[in-house]
Design a protein around this ligand. Sequence first.
Ligand SMILES: [Zn+2]
Length: 442
Amino acid sequence: MPASPSPAPADDAYLDPHIETMPPETLARLQEQRVLGLIGKAYERAPLIRTAWDAAGVHPSQIRSLADYFAKAPFIDKDAIRRHRDAHLDPVGGLQICDDGVLDRIGFTSGTTGDPTAVPQGRVSPLDMQLCRDFWQIGARPGDFMAEMMFTFRGGQTSLACFDKIGLTPIGMAHSPAEIPFLVEISKQFRPTLLFMLSSPMIIGLEKYFEETGTDPRDVFASYKGAVFGGEPLSPRFKALVASWGMELFEFTTCGDVIGAMECHMHDGMHAWGDLVLIENLDDNNNPVPDGEIGELVVTALADPWAPLIRFRTEDLVRVERSRCGCGRTHPRFWPLGRKGDETLVQGKSVLPRDIQRIVEQHAETRTCLFQIIRPQREMEILRLRIGYDSTKLASTAEELSSRLIAVLAEGLSVPVHVELVLYEELLKLGPPQKIPRVTKQ
Ligand SMILES: [Zn+2]
């Protein structure tokens, strides 16, 4: 949470005020209109959608309202896309509805839980529209510079159209701790407004850099109105650390690969733009979950004339809130809680990586918060963790650290815990640079 409540929105607080503050009833009508306009075309042109709807015995002509859609439309998931892609040698998984030759670029999902799938996009994609609104609310304005170090969507996420719309000039660099001296240099020279984006490894790298060089982070980041953080849930320690550098962090997550979703200055959930994506929060029996309770995020792309996802099960566990945000925006917000597949049941009790994160990061030796749940199956009798530690920060011995972690984890999670300690450099080698798999079979 920010130290003090955000001030009332200024006149130019919204990039698209008529959309961002649209009354919920108007937004629902717009969503219905877009869904009804979409499904016929998708059924005609997207082989995966036609297959799914035929298998469910549903035809778009039977859907005349959002209520019909929620009651009858079949789901698709990432496995269905992969299966169609591999069986039909169709690189975009049977989702394309546009003519060939109109795609602007092909992005890819980050591939955290399997091989990445394609995200085809045209010019001024919904992702661009989402990013523009969210960059604007952070405070980016025409003529500003943006330090851009992307790691996800593999280059498919931002486009020149995005920068044209709000007049931002990006300064690109790799998403790697090795680029930190360059980031520091360009921050002093160009004084950017926005940093897009930080991840846990980048924050660890910056902390180390500032400690070793004596550079004043408040001077480096003096011009920034905010930095976007993504890759995994933001830990309380990292949030406080970056705040101590004078930088406000805005958490970013994907909204089922349709668009991204980002916090506003209220830091009260991720805004999911309802004109671009229809979100549902469903239980295992496909029933809607009331606001405030945990369910699975299901998304339908509403402004994607290229390859829209239609009732796509994201496997992301979320809480959703549909009341107006303190920032004045009326669209739904959600809180990502973890991947459905990452949930482990230890003696029947649910444990998610973020529950472990809060405890592990409080110890100097493990403050980088690199750990894995070792789990051959979802239900376990004991929680087995592999935790990376920094040998230069050991207060006593590795054995003492192990005993200490086991004690605090068992108390904090109320389940029995086994800990395997490894040097964090070794653990980092197990994954892509921005994150390691939080759950592993061995
Ligand atoms: Zn808000």
